[in-house]
Design a protein around this ligand. Structure first.
Ligand code: ADP
Ligand code: ZN
Length: 285
């Protein structure tokens, strides 16, 4: 018997199974196309194994309210075919096992909390900076949710006086995601992030926006650790720039852990999400 995990991203789905120790035994990556096509491949993968549970961490927004009629649905995504799709329902129909359902970043936050860089903490926040920006928080072992799940990428930030880029978010233009996601960098400079590695001003501006967001999350939640993942954070030079900018904005107002320990990369690397999914699935009754 195995534990199953689905980390559903806008560009790819990663599916994995693990043994009882939650060690990944097999994994596959499937490009995200239509729900039907993508899930057929997911099902074919899991059909090979006898499963105890499945944990799903998905791109969103999604409905996580168990009392809602559309619990388990992807809600308002621009991704063709996925908007108002009953994702959890489709997996439930196929596999009669306990299934955990949450966002990709909640799953990653949970993975880091249990087994990664926040394993000695009581709280943490995980932010991904990739195609989109999203965040999840764990407080005393619980995933933070209220009316819905957080959408931390869509907070408003102060535009830099020298930044005339309009912003990429179709809903808010210059929210954090609109100004600091991978596609925003590409939209502003006409090149992909990895091609701009040596352009200092690109990363200074990026840090200017991300640090504002981290100050906001800090004053609202006071987490013990902030973990930054996603493709854009592969630019490791961002970490000291963000910490510097964070200190400037915070201006000694609040104590935080040492910033070198507070603003960090994922201890589980790119596996944070999948391990979080395995853990959440295995904890389902
Ligand atoms: P996703 O968000 O789709 O799950 P990623 O977290 O890998 O996937 O994010 C993809 C985005 O991150 C793209 O916009 C890409 O240009 C950017 N990105 C990926 N790798 C790098 C890199 N090494 N440096 C800067 N930007 C990167
Ligand atoms: Zn937005």
């Amino acid at each position: 018997m195995y534990y199953g995990a689905i980390e559903a991203g806008g560009t790819k789905f990663v599916c994995a199974i693990s043994n009882d120790q939650l060690e990944v035994i097999e994994r596959i990556s499937i490009p995200t196309t239509t729900p039907h096509e993508t899930l057929n491949q997911v099902f074919t993968f899991f059909d090979q194994f006898s499963l105890k549970s499945i944990g799903i961490g998905t791109f969103g927004p999604i409905d996580v309210n168990k009392n809602s009629e559309t619990y388990g649905f992807v809600t308002s995504t621009p991704k063709p075919g996925w908007s108002h799709f009953n994702f959890l329902g489709a997996v439930k129909e196929r596999f009669n096992v306990p299934i955990a359902w949450t966002t990709d970043v909640n799953a990653a936050a949970y993975g880091e909390y249990q087994k990664g860089n926040a394993k000695d903490n009581k709280s943490c926040l995980y932010l991904t900076v990739g195609t989109g920006i999203g965040g999840g928080a764990i407080i005393n072992g619980e995933i933070l949710e209220g009316f819905g799940h957080p959408e931390m990428g869509h907070i408003l930030v102060r535009p830099h006086e020298n930044d005339s880029y309009r912003g990429k978010c179709p809903y808010h233009h210059n929210c954090l995601e609109g100004l600091a996601s991978g596609p925003a960098i590409e939209g502003r400079y006409g090149k992909k992030g990895f091609e701009l590695e040596t352009e200092d001003e690109v990363w200074e501006l990026e840090a200017y926006y991300l640090a504002q967001a981290l100050v906001d999350y800090t004053v609202i939640l006071r987490p013990e650790k902030i973990i930054l993942g996603g493709g854009v954070m592969k630019q490791k030079q961002l970490f000291p720039l963000i910490r510097n900018e964070f200190a400037k904005i915070m201006n000694s107002y609040l104590p935080t852990p040492d910033l070198n320990q507070y603003i960090v990369s994922p201890g589980l690397g790119d596996n944070a999400g999948i391990i979080g999914c395995l853990l959440l699935g295995s904890a389902q009754k």
